[in-house]
Design a binder for this molecule. Structure first.
Ligand SMILES: *Cc1c(COP(=O)(O)O)cnc(C)c1O
Length: 363
């Protein structure tokens, strides 16, 4: 086996747009307070854990899972307030759903359009399937939609797919609702409202998913506290879901995920308590960040806060925090509108206190 030959073969056969990508990087967080990935910091009571383990004892991993994931689908439909006539499609995380959407509606010569700064997977998956990608810049002062620019880009590029995260990641804000409706009405293709942060806001398009012929609402259980299960859902008219479902790999939701999600969604009140605590902590963290001089937090409807550091210092502050045991996400350099920005996930009161102490010390 010759290294040079391999490199030549890679050069010849791996598609150029894939060679140019860098793989999604996940930093090592061992030993650190993890405030970089929008995880729910709370775990379950010992009692609930035992009940769960008892249930898993009865799961047969020698058998393929229920291909339709019937029980967990019903549990999600109820828990997420899905309208009666809408249908659900489940994915191995909502990331996989983005990929199914791109495979169904995409391909060379077709366009994914979204806003920037936004969720990076829309762009990566456009590349995976050889689609055009158009990112329309948000307004620089408040990360709001630039509606005229978006409508113009939609008219020009005729996107098969428009993705809008509501609230947006990494800015945390909700977009103007009337403008979103305008975009839904103007888009020739499908508009996906990505509600990954739904547990942390009262705003949602879920109840209106059947009101327009071209919208789909995407959710995930990741941010509410089940990131490790990898389970996302897409909600919309049966006609759309039926087509997208054809690109779903059989058995994409494994037996452990199905059993665990169905079980724990029966304990909705625990998640409601945890997410409401996180919302309270978000408000407290926001005020505390505001009181540190030289840094500017942006208002958030999600479980994280984007914060602008003193000019030119974000990278240095990010590593100083890591050296002091706190991991946050550095977004400086990811997009012009994110210069000097860090994104901080809301943690437990103790974690937030430590973060604030270290941040004040290094700023
Ligand atoms: C985290 C996130 C997702 C992905 O969620 P998974 O279900 O864990 O794959 C999707 N969209 C946005 C905007 C996110 O921030």
């Amino acid at each position: 086996m010759d290294k040079q030959t391999i490199n030549e073969l890679v050069e010849r056969w791996v598609r150029p747009e894939i060679r140019e990508l860098s793989a999604y990087h996940v930093p090592d967080a061992s030993g650190l307070i993890k405030l970089d990935a929008m995880e729910n910091p709370y775990t379950w009571s010992e009692e609930l854990r035992s009940e769960w383990l008892e249930l898993l004892r009865g799961v047969d991993v020698n058998r393929y899972p229920d291909p339709q994931a019937t029980a967990v689908t019903a549990a999600l439909k109820q828990s997420m307030g899905v309208p009666e006539r809408a249908r659900l499609l489940l994915g191995n995380g909502s990331d996989e759903i983005i990929q199914m959407l791109a495979m169904t509606l995409g391909g060379p010569g077709r366009t994914i359009l979204t806003v920037e700064p936004g969720f990076v997977m829309y762009n990566m998956i456009a590349k995976f399937v050889g689609m055009e990608y158009v990112g329309v810049s948000l307004r620089s002062d408040d990360f709001g939609l630039d509606a005229p620019a978006l409508l113009q880009a939609i008219d020009q590029h005729q996107p098969a797919l428009v993705f809008l995260a509501y609230p947006n990641n990494p800015s945390g804000n909700l977009f103007n609702e009337q403008e979103l409706v305008q975009i839904i009405q103007a888009a020739p293709g499908v508009v996906v409202i990505d509600e990954a942060y739904a547990p942390f806001t009262d705003a949602s398009f879920m109840s209106r998913v059947m009101d327009y012929s071209n919208i789909l609402v995407m959710r995930t259980v990741s941010k509410m506290g089940l990131a490790g299960l990898r389970l996302g859902l897409l909600v919309g008219a049966p006609e759309w879901i039926e087509q997208i479902d054809k690109t779903r790999l059989p058995y994409n939701i494994n037996v452990l995920t199905q059993a665990s999600a169905e079980f724990v969604l029966g304990h909705q009140e625990m998640f409601d308590r945890q997410t409401s605590e996180i919302r309270q902590q978000r408000a407290a963290l926001f005020s505390a960040l505001q009181s540190i001089s030289g840094i500017t937090p942006f208002l958030s409807e999600a479980n994280f806060i984007l914060v602008r550091m003193p000019q030119g210092r974000a990278k240095e502050i990010h590593s100083a925090l890591r050296d002091r045991g706190v991991l946050v996400k550095c977004l400086d350099g990811a997009h012009p509108l994110l210069s000097d920005c860090l994104r901080i996930t809301v943690g437990t009161p103790d974690e937030n206190r430590l973060l604030l102490m270290e941040l004040a010390a290094v700023c």
